[in-house]
Design a protein around this ligand. Sequence first.
Ligand code: ARG
Length: 572
Amino acid sequence: MDLEKLLTDRLVPAFATVAGEPVDPVVRRSQRADFQSDAALALARRLGRPPRVIAAEVLRHAELADLCSVAELSGPGFLNLTVSDATLTRLVSALAVSSRLGVPVVAAPETVVVDYSAPNVAKEMHVGHLRSTVIGDAAARLLEWLGHRVLRANHLGDWGTPFGMLIEHLADLGGADAAQELSMGDLDSFYKTARAKFDGDEAFRERSRRRVVALQGGDEATLRLWRLLVEQSERYFLTVYDLLDVTLTERDFHGESSYNDLLGAVVEDLDRLGLLRESEGAACVFPPGCAGRDGEPLPLIVRKSDGGYGYPATDLAAIRHRTATLGATRLLYVVGLPQRRHFEMVYAVAAQAGWLTPPARAEHVGFGSILGPDGRMLRSRAGGSVKLVGLLEEAIARATALARQRNPELGEAEAAEVGRAVGIGAIKYADLSSDRHRDYVLDWEGMLSLDGNTAPYLQYAYSRIQSIFRRAGVAACPEAGISLAEPAERALAFELLGFARVVDEVAVNLEFHRLAGYLYRLAATFSTFYERCPVLRTDGPVRESRLVLCDLTARVLRQGLHVLGIRTPERM
Ligand code: ARG
């Protein structure tokens, strides 16, 4: 159903014949015709022949008659392709009856581990975890929809030296009081108080150190306190996921501590493979190709000088577990860009050790920071890091107020429902619609606006189409004949047919702003169509056909937003 692909498949053999080598015809949507191929231009220099001559020859060899009404040479050597009405209506008709909107289930499903969210126990989730959670969840949803076996891994920070002070503080507070504080989600004050005691009180510091030893030694009373911390934090994180409409569940918590039993074997095996070197008392691996700014090789510390294991060793154990035990071939790590070096080194060591070998591969799905309106790292008014829940509640409150104001007919319950869908949708969409490699600025007005590339705009477009059907009390008949006489109808048809291609591409590069951009173009193209082509005010086959276009647009918007983890209210 993918037109670019259909046309490309016809041009590839023609180009190969003319060039004597495989050539990508680079078929693109174009202003001049429906599609354009400009590959002859790049080829001209290599073949030492004028591009127009090459293009003309390709045209003679290409079998396009059944797909195109016009295929012609233009300009310095472009091929302009106009798709025939018959082809277009055939494809749209097939799309209309496709329950998956032209997106096939993958032929070779993989086991994919998506490592995302990963907040730290007894610490507030901050906005960096928000990005990981939102992007990771979109990845999990998308790959699952495509038929892959997706394993969500919430690599909770639940181990390490800070737990000495946290457990000591917990013991000081007494179980009941601590549970109360933690279940309120008051993780920040819990952590800060522990920290302050640690910094200011020598005796507390000493107790904390002994606590770490007891924890590592498996002391039962200490473990009980530790478990309380973990459980309360997990419970709190689950309420955030629920608020965020994120698909992570309690089964997906695989904290750092769950790899503890594997760490010894990891380091032993690295040693056996001759990869370990001692550096300042620590056991390190110097993976090839990883050097610091000064050109010196960088060490990955797998066992610290005090004999403890840290974050890198845990990640090595996790990779090995994910490939060898879980059978995963694609490992995604949705973690901020500052950790890029860490992952490069971990992947390199895992590859050296034979724990990450093709077809298995790991990808760091990195992302930039969220900035405040002043263009600096987002900070609370008090200067601390912004509490995620506060951010989400503010989004919901703002969106609910706007919903009430815009549509006074909405009842209380429905306004609250819409406010939640729009507020949470706006936050997620602001994140997913910007290039994840860059920082983005949190802008309330912008993200909640009904114009522009925003969740509310897309949600509104969806609900408006639903209201067309509601008002007229009709439904689209997917089997109805399609007619695409108007340019605005053709334009909409092309957008609808482009869904599968975008989905395919995003499944590879996990650049969700491309899916967002597509949905935005689709909604805008629909809007032009709806202005120019009356739907309910016509009748007969034209009306039937337009109802199908409306319905298809709504279905693609809903599915696309669903992949992004964004709800589509029927009314707004
Ligand atoms: N807990 C870590 C943090 O807050 C993120 C963990 C990412 N995942 C991983 N496998 N290292 O920075």
